[in-house]
Each structure stands twice: as structure tokens, then as C-alpha cells.
Design a protein around this ligand. Structure first.
Ligand code: MLT
Length: 213
């Protein structure tokens, strides 16, 4: 399949040939496929970057799945969109010759990455979830088998109550993820503390584990 025929509009930047796993960049509501490229380059220098645009439009703003209200998700749509995104990842891996990617998602992008870990644990080698919340009330029993996951929550996040993020952390731990959870003195927006934590995590032993996956 040619890159222009892939099922999601996307950007792809090849890696520098080092052993780093590719990053699947998943933007927040109102973002697009260009948004997280600079963050990906900073967090994991030299990694290949695969960045799709969400296919749901909310008042003209791209997202990865529908919601009924802020923080209230259309779980049937979310499950369908996880399958669509999993299909895109498979197409892109074949088209670009990539191993399983590690997701780096922000907000809505972090939420679909979390749902993908729980619904399709075969797709991702790991995930960095920035300001994620619980996407599925009752996820199936996933087996994440030590897959590395970083969760960065904001102590003053007005969109994601810490108790909600705690529930997701519990689901991921129960599924067997190798979870690194940090609560930053931040709101919902991305800041320097996120960049520093992401860079350290992507350079860490957790990612050696993802390489071996
Ligand atoms: C979501 O809808 O995924 C969350 O409320 C975060 C957001 O996109 O604002």
C-alpha cells in the first residue's frame, strides 16, 4: 500500500536508524497531524514519528472518537475507532517497515491510546499518556505483560479529576502494565515538566523493554 492510500491522513518522519521504537503521536481535541511532531522530536530524538489526524469532527475540531459531553464518552464509537486506528497502524507498519510503535498521546489522543492498550493490547509496544482519563467504564481483561506505560497527570487539571486518572492507572496495573505514574504541578496543558518527564522516560530502561517486545 502506498503511503497516500493509508486509511488516516497522517505525517510520517523516518527515524535515524537507531533501535528506538517508532512513536505513534495522537493529538488532542482540535489538533492535527502536525501538532505533536515537535514534542515527539524532543521526547525521543531519532525515533520514527507516525502522526495520524483523528477522523471525528466536533464543531469542526478533529478528535479520535465521539463524546456526549466533556469527559462523557460514546464508548460504542470509541471501540469502533480503536479498531480503525489499529487498522491504520498495521497498514503504516507494512508501508513504512516499522516495528510496533509506542504511543505518545495528549488528552483525547491519550484517551484513545489508553483504550487501545485495554482493547487491543497487541497493537502498541507501550504508551506515554499525557492528561489521560478513564476511557472505558468496564474494559475487558487485557494482558499487557509488562508493557511500559507512562501516565502524566496534572494536579490542577480542570478536565481530568485525579480520581478519574487513578481509576485508569488501576485498570492498567491490573492488566499487568509496567506503569510509571507521575502527578505534575500542572493543569490540562502541556508544559516543560511534561517534556522533561517524557524525555527521561523515553531514554529509560522502560524503552529498552519496548525494544525487546
Ligand atoms: C476527551 O474528550 O477525550 C477528553 O475530554 C479530553 C479532551 O479532548 O478535551
Amino acid at each position: 500500500m502506498r503511503p497516500s492510500d493509508l486509511s488516516f491522513l497522517h505525517r510520517f518522519e523516518p527515524g535515524d536508524g537507531s533501535a528506538r521504537p517508532p512513536l505513534l503521536l495522537l493529538h488532542g481535541t482540535g489538533g492535527d497531524e502536525g501538532d505533536l511532531l515537535p514534542l515527539g522530536r524532543m521526547a525521543a530524538p531519532g525515533a520514527a514519528l507516525l502522526s495520524p489526524r483523528g477522523q471525528v469532527l466536533e464543531h469542526g475540531q478533529p478528535r479520535f472518537f465521539r463524546r456526549l459531553a466533556e469527559g462523557v464518552f460514546d464508548e460504542a464509537d470509541l471501540r469502533r475507532r480503536v479498531e480503525d486506528l489499529a487498522g491504520f497502524v498495521a497498514e503504516a507498519r507494512a508501508a513504512y517497515g516499522l516495528p510496533a510503535p509506542v504511543a505518545l498521546g495528549f488528552s483525547n489522543g491519550a484517551n484513545i491510546a489508553a483504550a487501545m492498550l485495554l482493547l487491543r493490547p497487541d497493537v502498541l509496544a507501550g504508551a506515554a499518556l499525557v492528561r489521560a482519563m478513564t476511557p472505558l467504564a468496564s474494559p475487558p481483561q487485557a494482558r499487557l505483560d509488562g508493557r511500559p506505560v507512562l501516565m502524566l497527570s496534572g494536579a490542577m487539571d480542570p478536565i481530568v479529576p485525579l480520581a478519574n486518572a487513578d481509576r485508569l492507572a488501576g485498570q492498567l496495573t491490573e492488566a499487568g502494565a509496567w506503569l510509571d505514574r507521575r502527578i505534575l504541578p500542572a493543569g490540562h496543558g502541556l508544559g516543560q515538566a511534561d517534556v522533561a518527564a517524557l524525555s527521561a522516560w523515553f531514554a529509560s530502561t522502560a524503552m529498552q523493554g519496548a525494544n525487546a517486545a
